[in-house]
Design a protein around this ligand. Structure first.
Ligand code: ATP
Ligand code: MG
Length: 338
């Protein structure tokens, strides 16, 4: 039509295991919805690329750097010595500093709560994940938790900006500063500094143990949560569990300079790979996050509604949601709902 725009290039890593099947599902749905995206597909290599010290090629990283936007299926790191894990390589090379996971109840899919609507934002580069562990003397080991002002301000800034641009009212910083006085104390201090620049957003601080209890008792108490790396790992999985598990939860990694790499939360599910059984919802909803990042809001909303309506209707569901549809039947049903 007259308004059709030039296609936007985006990198696609179909990944391993069920990855190619659920990536096919995304491609089909994007075609059916006429999404102006041109995929640049990259597969994980079979040999270590010395430039990245991993099975990811330099070219595939360059593709994300150039396009600034991508979608990633699950990647199983091959076992063996002398290389970096795929996820670690992506995180380090693309400087993916924040992991964003929206968690909202899917209408029509019954879980304990039907009013979950929160966003967890996890610092992704430091904390307990700095990899600095060593033995002091026999029987005593030490692990260093690193918190920096720079990384804390960066993730806090992202959280408040996200809240403001997504119509959210509140940001909760999750911490254990009563025990980790220096590290979590610095994290909180940075969150407070950023909060002052966003007077329209309510800011609160919640101790992590209390946060866990509140989340399982009444998840509707929360809006946007921001936290250091390890707490984010745990809390984001807890939240995924609240809405129905791995097959449903999307996420997006944000890197320096505005790179966005969306990915499903689940792994490569080798037990069901190649059998046309996988639930593509998590990767599809991740692709919706990617579209929102690109401001393709109408397309994003249309696809998201089609997914939600298909699941709510209940006629076509994959086995993990108690149905008997194949990946392709479920995908076709979504396309029919568009
Ligand atoms: P990896 O080593 O890549 O993490 P894994 O064996 O840990 O793989 P996960 O992907 O973490 O497997 O999945 C754990 C369980 O959840 C498996 O039984 C898997 O079949 C199931 N599962 C995960 N993702 C999906 C999905 N998208 N659809 C259906 N089932 C899924
Ligand atoms: Mg796993």
């Amino acid at each position: 039509g007259f308004c059709s725009q030039a296609p936007i290039r985006a990198t696609l890593f179909p990944g391993d295991g069920i990855g190619p099947e659920i990536a096919d599902s995304v491609k089909e749905v994007f075609n059916a919805a006429d999404v102006p995206i041109e995929w640049e597909e990259h597969y994980v290599g079979t040999e270590i690329d010395p430039r990245t010290q991993s099975f990811l090629t330099w070219e595939s990283l360059e593709s994300v750097r150039r396009n600034r936007v991508g979608l990633k299926g699950p990647m199983a790191t091959p076992i063996g010595k002398g290389h970096r894990s795929l996820n670690l390589t992506l995180r380090k090379e693309l400087n993916l500093y924040a992991n964003v996971r929206p968690c909202y109840s899917l209408p029509g899919y019954k879980t304990r709560y039907d009013d979950v609507d929160l966003i967890t934002i996890r610092e992704n580069t430091e904390g307990e994940y700095s990899g600095l562990e060593h033995q002091v003397v026999r029987g005593v080991v030490e692990s260093l938790k690193i918190i920096t002002r720079q990384a804390s301000l960066r993730v806090a800034e992202y959280a408040f900006h996200y809240a403001k641009t997504h119509g959210r009212q509140r940001v909760s910083a999750i911490h254990k500063a009563n025990i980790m006085q220096k590290t979590d104390g610095l994290f909180l201090k940075c969150c407070r500094e950023v909060a002052e620049k966003y007077p329209e957003i309510t800011y609160e601080e919640v101790v992590i143990d209390n946060c866990c209890m509140m989340l399982v008792k009444n998840p509707a108490l929360f809006d946007v949560l921001v936290m250091p790396n390890l707490y984010g790992d745990i809390i984001s999985d807890l939240c995924a569990g609240l809405i129905g598990g791995l097959g449903l939860t999307p996420s997006c990694n944000i890197g320096e300079g505005g790179i966005a790499l969306a990915e499903a939360v689940h792994g490569s599910a080798p037990d069901i790979a190649g059998k046309n059984l996988a639930n593509p919802t998590a990767l599809l909803l991740s692709s919706v996050m990617m579209l929102r990042h690109l401001n393709l809001t109408d397309k994003a909303t249309r696809i998201q509604d089609a997914i939600i309506n298909t699941i709510a209707e209940g006629k076509y569901r994959t086995a993990d949601l108690g149905g008997s549809s194949t990946t392709s039947e479920f995908t076709k049903a979504i396309c029919d709902h568009l």
